[in-house]
Design a protein around this ligand. Sequence first.
Ligand SMILES: NC(=O)c1ccc[n+]([C@@H]2O[C@H](COP(=O)([O-])OP(=O)(O)OC[C@H]3O[C@@H](n4cnc5c(N)ncnc54)[C@H](OP(=O)(O)O)[C@@H]3O)[C@@H](O)[C@H]2O)c1
Length: 349
Amino acid sequence: MTAGRPSGHHGTAGAARRGVETITEQAAVGWGILGTANIARAAFLPALRAAGGGTVVAIGSRDAERGRAFAEREAPGARVGSYAEVLADDRVRCVYIPLPNHLHREWTAAALAAGKDVLCEKPLGVGAPEVAAILTAAQGARGLLWEAFVFPFHPQSQRCRELIQAGAIGEPLEIVAGFHFRVRSPENIRWFAGSGGGAINDLAGYPLNLARLVFGTEPVAAAAVERREGHEVDVETQALVSFLAGRRLLLTCGLQRAYDAEARILGTEGWLRLSNPYHPGPADVLELGRGTTRTIERVGGDDPSFTPAIRHIHQVLAGEEAPRHLAVTDALPIARALDLVRDRAARLE
Ligand SMILES: NC(=O)c1ccc[n+]([C@@H]2O[C@H](COP(=O)([O-])OP(=O)(O)OC[C@H]3O[C@@H](n4cnc5c(N)ncnc54)[C@H](OP(=O)(O)O)[C@@H]3O)[C@@H](O)[C@H]2O)c1
């Protein structure tokens, strides 16, 4: 969250280039969703309702009955069809893709080819080569592509950036960050290599992305250990990730512990503690420690955590904001950081 991150690849000029498609203040952005995912129900849809300016007009499902039941409950009035039918629907301007990770490449490419703007769930692809291939498709496309790391848009991240830039903790040198939650169902996509599962794919991207935003550089080396416990994928991974100038991230992530996403950013003059940097809820805080002083803030109100990112997308489509954190600028460095941890990880079966 340092200053001087590049703004979106397309920038203001990109928004202007797209001016003919600009929505009016009255017209809600039509969203299509591919799949009846848990994250769509639990996070995206409540956030879209809170954001205003957009509505779900189409739901895609492999199973028409499941799609209808989902639409009835979560997005009444939305058309239900196959994924391809959602992409062929002219009322769909933006597509949200919360499919299992191994399907992100195929359906992101298809949505971009259909001329849609796309918010694809993280990780955008499984491994840097796959992400690079998706970005190649994105570069020639009319639509814009975001990977659904929503936290950089959140006011809490902006506050954190302001504090760091103002010297509140001096020079940030170390980040200690974990992301864990307990996956109970043995059928969950996260347990399977074929669906791009595992703790690194699912969770390590958050602390790695936080660290690269805070340090303003990319990781240069890593040492890691992953545990499999008889699964096809890592159920827990711990890593020491080095950045230039002695900066480092100590990260753990896993699928077995109670939900916990705390991060501490430690600097030469003080520290910041974020009880949840990625999806802050009503109980979450940003704490600043410097000498004997402690300051605790709650930033961002009660909006769902996806809301600021969705508002940003709506504003970009309305020509009111230049796009930020597009996949073309952010996704490949994140994928490379994930590969660095994966490639360096010693495996405990
Ligand atoms: N940004 C975040 O904070 C966040 C949080 C959680 C998850 N995620 C990401 O969101 C994505 C979905 O996660 P989730 O936990 O919501 O998954 P989920 O509940 O299992 O949903 C995945 C959906 O994809 C469709 N699908 C298509 N092919 C499938 C297959 N072979 N196996 C299973 N489902 C298939 C299913 O819908 P139909 O069968 O109806 O087509 C299913 O409902 C993942 O990429 C994950 O990393 C992001």
